[in-house]
Design a protein around this ligand. Structure first.
Ligand SMILES: *Cc1c(COP(=O)(O)O)cnc(C)c1O
Length: 219
């Protein structure tokens, strides 16, 4: 199957309110260009240097999403152009993003990553840490970031009930905070679902799916 037909097949199944992030990590620019030529404009990468390299090579109307874990000292490299950072999991990281956004005279959109899996290896805030962050005085003062919603990754398992439970948990956390409306908080996005579980994620309330291997093939 070609990248174009994979994309078209997936797009045909997505409801209108769900945004598709084409996860292109490890794939060459030539593959991304095939997706671009079939109309895809949102790409997700998990390494900052790789995203910067691809940004420099590719058309400038692409929206680049950082979906991986972000180290504070690397934020400056993507701050001029990144469109959405999915994996924000601390106040400290958010402060660095705010600082670099200010330097670039822009507002950077972010999602807060919530820990929903039963795995040691996944990053993210728990519900208490999320509320602490959102109601902290430091957060209130950040004028160059905007929180658009939450991101989560389910446990890597075949157990659909387990995954469904985790997605539903993320949706309920989102519902508990979605009324917050401030200058730097406008909550309308739940980023959950990958190649193996995006249909289930959409059933559970996802508004943004991050799909890699089903578009570009295995890595
Ligand atoms: C790699 C990755 C994806 C895409 O995974 P696929 O199974 O290839 O669709 C989605 N989200 C994150 C955070 C990733 O790192």
């Amino acid at each position: 199957m070609s990248i174009q037909s994979n994309l078209n097949t997936i797009k045909a199944t997505l409801p209108e309110h769900v945004t598709l992030v084409a996860v292109s990590k490890t794939k060459p620019v030539s593959d991304l260009m095939q997706a671009y030529e079939s109309g895809q404009r949102i790409f997700g990468e998990n390494k900052i240097q790789e995203m910067v390299d691809k940004y420099e090579e590719m058309p400038k109307d692409i929206q680049w999403h950082m979906i991986g874990h972000v180290q504070s000292n690397k934020v400056k490299f993507m701050a001029p152009f990144v469109s959405l950072i999915h994996g924000v999991d601390s106040l400290k990281l958010l402060q660095e993003i705010n600082k670099q956004a200010l330097k670039n005279n822009r507002i950077i959109d972010c999602l807060l990553q919530i820990y929903i899996a039963e795995e040691e290896s996944k990053f993210g805030l728990d519900e208490n840490e999320l509320n602490e962050l959102l109601f902290s005085p430091e957060f209130k003062e950040m004028k160059n970031i905007r929180i658009l919603g939450l991101m989560g990754m389910a446990t890597f398992t075949e157990d659909k009930n387990q995954i469904k439970k985790e997605f539903t948990h993320l949706k309920s956390i989102f519902d508990s905070i979605k009324k917050i409306k401030t200058e730097n908080c406008n909550l309308n996005t739940i980023s959950m679902g990958m190649s193996g579980d995006y249909q289930l994620a959409i059933e559970c309330g996802s508004t943004m799916v991050r799909i890699g291997s089903s578009i570009f093939g295995g890595r």
